[in-house]
Write a protein of this length. Structure first.
Length: 378
């Protein structure tokens, strides 16, 4: 019986089965105690449901009552499990308000938790199962211990419960990705390969990036963010030799999508020793409204890393010096440096050299809404 279908029930104590055998044999409890070499008190407490059948007692019953020891142990085990589940079901009634903080419907729609037929006690148990914790206190302890560092934009009202659920989802996906031991040099050497991949369709590119990063010890995951999280991505060290980079699919154009990926890779390469779990929340235009002042330096470093890795400053400055920013010239420049033209447009817009409406025909517009693992170009 699993936690998704369990409803509290009663169970007969195995002592009742012992009484049935005594009646069949015509024995008294004292007679059984003598035959088993146990005290009369022990037999009495078993028969009255006050004591459990121990392993030694089960072996004694095997010889005296003719049923194997595992029969008696199974009866005791089943009784103990049902009794414990009944206690947990009663306890979990006090956890409803905690569970209600999670986006239960959205989590169910994504298949993270199973439908429970409206039984809120089962919803609580499902959330605990998904999070891999035994109680709200355990969840709180695990979440605090993760020591997440936020770049949290002020425009968002966030929900830690939803954020932790999203993080758990990407962790579970990452567990299925086979990656090598983290190798910083290999990751640095792979950056140019990933730059070139930006020229592909985003969905095709992501699959190739996943393979490249796995060889470097980085699990790459993409999963739509839940409501009230404002997440663009996160970087987390799962252990000393395995990093996780996750993208929330919040953005709908390739320049923002690839910038976010390289921003997270910047955290991997630059900030491992300083922050092992960074949650990025960015405005749509990728400006930084950082709530935590201590994070400002790290975010600036990750932004510079992303900008200069995607388009090296010397190459950009040379292109800018010509002063021609037509679609044709941008496309030729992008092809020359082996990068998506959309990334070039996005950079020029952020530099104020193009208006927000200029050059957008060169960007890939992506609709992630219908499937977290596929993209549709608009």
């Amino acid at each position: 019986m699993d936690s998704t279908s369990y409803q509290p029930v009663s169970a007969a104590h195995p002592g009742e089965t012992v009484l049935d055998y005594l009646e069949a044999f015509g024995w008294s409890q004292r007679e059984l105690s003598r035959r088993c070499g146990l005290t009369a008190k022990t037999i009495s407490e078993i028969c009255s449901g006050k004591a459990s059948i121990s392993t030694a007692t089960a072996f004694a019953f095997e010889k005296v009552l003719g049923r194997p020891a595992h029969f008696w142990m199974n009866l005791q085990c089943k009784y103990d499990e049902i009794a414990a589940r009944n206690i947990e079901a009663q306890t979990s009634k006090g956890w409803h308000s905690w569970a209600q903080q999670f986006p239960i419907k959205e989590m169910r729609d994504r298949g993270w938790i199973y439908p429970t037929g409206g039984h809120f006690s089962s919803d609580v148990l499902e959330i605990l199962r998904f999070l891999g914790v035994s109680s709200p206190d355990s969840w709180n302890s695990v979440w605090k211990e993760s020591r997440v560092s936020y770049r949290q934009t002020r425009k968002f009202s966030t929900n830690d419960y939803a954020i932790s659920a999203w993080v758990r989802a990407v962790e579970l996906i990452a567990e299925q990705i086979e990656v090598r031991e983290y190798n910083k040099k290999e990751l640095v050497d792979s950056l140019q390969v990933i730059r070139s991949i930006t020229r592909l369709r985003v969905d095709e590119g992501f699959e190739k990036v996943r393979l490249v990063l796995a060889q470097c010890g980085v699990a790459f995951v993409w999963e739509p963010a839940l409501a009230k999280t404002g997440i663009s991505g996160c970087t987390r060290w799962l252990n000393a030799d395995r990093a996780l980079v996750a993208i929330s699919l919040r953005y709908k154009s390739d320049d923002q999508i690839w910038f976010t990926l390289f921003h997270e890779l910047g955290h991997v390469l630059l900030h491992k020793a300083k922050h092992n779990f960074i949650m990025d929340n960015a405005d749509d235009n990728l400006t930084d409204n950082v709530v935590d002042p201590e994070m400002q330096l790290f975010e600036d470093e990750a932004n510079r890393f992303a900008s200069n890795t995607l388009i090296p400053a010397d190459l950009l400055n040379k292109f800018i010096s010509f002063g021609i920013f037509s679609n044709e010239s941008i496309h030729e420049f992008a092809e020359a440096i082996d990068i998506s033209p959309g990334v070039v447009v996005g950079r020029l817009q952020r530099e104020g050299l193009l208006e927000s409406h200029q050059g957008n025909r060169l960007k890939q517009r992506v609709d992630w809404s219908f499937n977290s693992s596929e993209a549709r170009l608009l």
